[in-house]
Design a binder for this molecule. Structure first.
Ligand code: BG6
Length: 505
């Protein structure tokens, strides 16, 4: 029998199981839905966390019926599911799967959607509770949001109505504000769920557990002990089939504006008075408001594009040769930025953020690098191999935490070298971590908001990034790095100037 801690009779926590509801998916033919969202819905069902009264409605410009759609969804679920496959679970889920064909501006299709939802309520018992999941390009948002409104689908008289919004939340502060206003005209703030899937990751939530459940770390979590913080999100993949999206966006907008600034906020924030949405958001916002950009952006940021090189032992093309990319494109596939936080806790402690496609390997980590001990009572030659102490939170892969410190090399002399002390999720817990989207979709269905950034956080993040992007956009050239390396020379120089160096993850 599969173990499910939520069902363990010794576990007094109430199981977090969603009540009757349906999800209407816009953008269901896209990559995200196929690879992540549909498999996550299956995994939730398989873990017993979806109710029998559950519906999944696809709305798209395809000539499909319910049957074809269900078959395609089954293929996607089977290909991407984390948990074992069960025909029984799928068949139960498939009873609530419906498809509405049509253009997003076609009122007949919307009437059809309204009828379909009503039928699901009556036949499948979805209770009038509907989540509208927008996994679509932002240009389509105005149409979809206003049609939801016009057709009365946001009306909460007969059940709850929620909207789930995938990034990008705009492309700068102004467009983010417009988008937030557009959504805010139709949905109440507590019914809007903005997805930053990094917040759904166990290891990201563990930053809070590590900091606030222990006595060990918090006393040294400040400028007295910390030299600097490095946040790295490296990917070995290129841009795949997302040329259209990526070339208009670039690395900074794609992941620094959201994932990396959220990580920074969790690492830097004060202890919240509670872990509810209001408590968390307040502390994250305070950090984001205190972020300061360096005056000289040329010296303290780096951006670059990958050129041909290697990935997984195979030669790969450069960014400008990728299918669908303008050969003269100046879009960055690598970005690094130094940020400072103007608070007593963090004064003088730089936070270095870097991300890139086609780097040496896939790794996301947060490294808190400590100052050297103020005095070393050893001979100089005994400590030449001693670096800074560091606490590294490994977000993915090899999820865990490493503490790096000096230890005596066995032998007759007092030679000291760095060693690692390791916590690995796989070694300490038998349960596999759920995928981020399982957690986030379940939270949407339960109406549980702490892991979803509110519009203030989104706008504050753009406020930080806008001047950097504007500065970069004035340049007529861009640095390069070979695929499979750790980024451009300018990124290394950026830290060398501060007397520091990037960790080799
Ligand atoms: C997405 C970005 O938000 O995160 C992608 O748009 C990126 O470009 C992806 O590849 C990475 O997610 P993960 O969970 O694999 O780190």
């Amino acid at each position: 029998m599969r173990s499910n801690p939520l069902r363990d009779p010794r576990d007094r926590r109430l199981p977090r199981i969603a009540g009757p509801c349906s999800i209407v998916m816009f953008g269901v033919t896209g990559d995200l839905a196929r690879k992540k969202l549909i498999p996550a819905i299956y995994d939730l069902a398989n873990r017993g966390l979806l109710p029998p009264g559950f519906g999944l409605v696809g709305f798209a410009r395809r000539d499909w019926g319910d049957g074809t759609f269900a078959t395609l969804m089954r293929e996607a679920a089977q290909a991407g599911a984390r948990t074992e496959w069960s025909d029984t679970v799928w068949e139960q889920l498939a009873q609530g799967i419906k498809f509405v064909p049509g253009q997003f501006d076609d009122d007949d299709a919307w009437r059809n959607l309204a009828t379909t939802l009503q039928e699901l309520d009556e036949q499948q018992g979805t209770g009038g509770n509907h989540a509208f999941y927008l996994s679509i390009p932002p240009a389509l948002f105005p149409t979809v949001i206003s049609k939801i409104d016009e057709h009365g689908l946001a009306d909460q008289a007969k059940g709850w109505r929620r909207v789930v919004v995938e990034k990008p939340f705009g492309h700068d502060l102004e467009s983010a504000k417009e988008l937030n206003q557009l959504i805010g005209n139709v949905f109440e703030p507590e019914t809007v769920f903005r997805i930053d899937h990094y917040l759904g990751k166990e290891t990201v939530q563990n930053i809070l557990a590590l900091r606030f459940a222990n006595q060990l770390f918090e006393p040294v979590w400040n400028s007295q002990y910390v030299d600097h913080v490095q946040i790295t999100m490296a990917e070995d993949i290129g841009i795949g089939s997302r040329a259209g999206y990526y070339d208009a966006i670039g690395a900074a907008r794609d992941v620094i504006q959201n994932h990396l600034l959220q990580l920074l906020a969790l690492v830097a924030m004060e202890e919240p008075i509670s872990f509810d949405a209001a408590g968390l958001r307040l502390e994250k916002q305070k950090v984001l408001r205190s972020v300061r950009l360096p005056e000289d952006l040329d010296r303290h940021t780096a951006r670059a594009q990958y050129v041909a090189g290697w990935a997984g032992g195979k030669p790969v093309v450069g960014y400008r040769e990728e299918e669908g990319i303008d050969p003269g494109s100046l879009t960055e596939t690598f970005a690094a930025i130094r940020l400072d936080i103007a608070t007593r806790r963090w004064a003088g402690v730089p936070f270095y953020l870097r991300t890139g496609k086609r780097l040496g390997r896939r790794v996301t980590e947060v490294a808190v690098v400590f100052k050297k001990a103020p005095h070393l009572p050893f001979e100089h030659h005994d400590v030449t191999e001693l670096g800074n102490n560091a606490l590294v939170m490994r977000i993915q892969p090899d999820e865990g935490v490493t503490m790096r410190f000096g230890a005596k090399v066995p032998g007759t002399t007092m030679e000291i070298r760095d060693v690692n002390m390791d916590f690995a999720y796989g070694g300490s817990f038998v349960e596999d971590s759920p995928e981020a989207y399982e957690r986030l979709i379940l939270d949407v269905l339960l109406g549980d908001p702490p892991l979803f950034p509110q519009h203030e956080e989104v706008e504050l993040s753009w406020q930080i990034l806008d001047p950097v992007i504007k500065h970069w956009s004035r340049k007529r050239t861009i640095d390069t790095y070979s695929a499979g390396t750790w980024g451009p020379q300018s990124a290394f120089e950026m830290l060398e100037r501060d007397g520091r160096s990037w960790r080799r993850p």
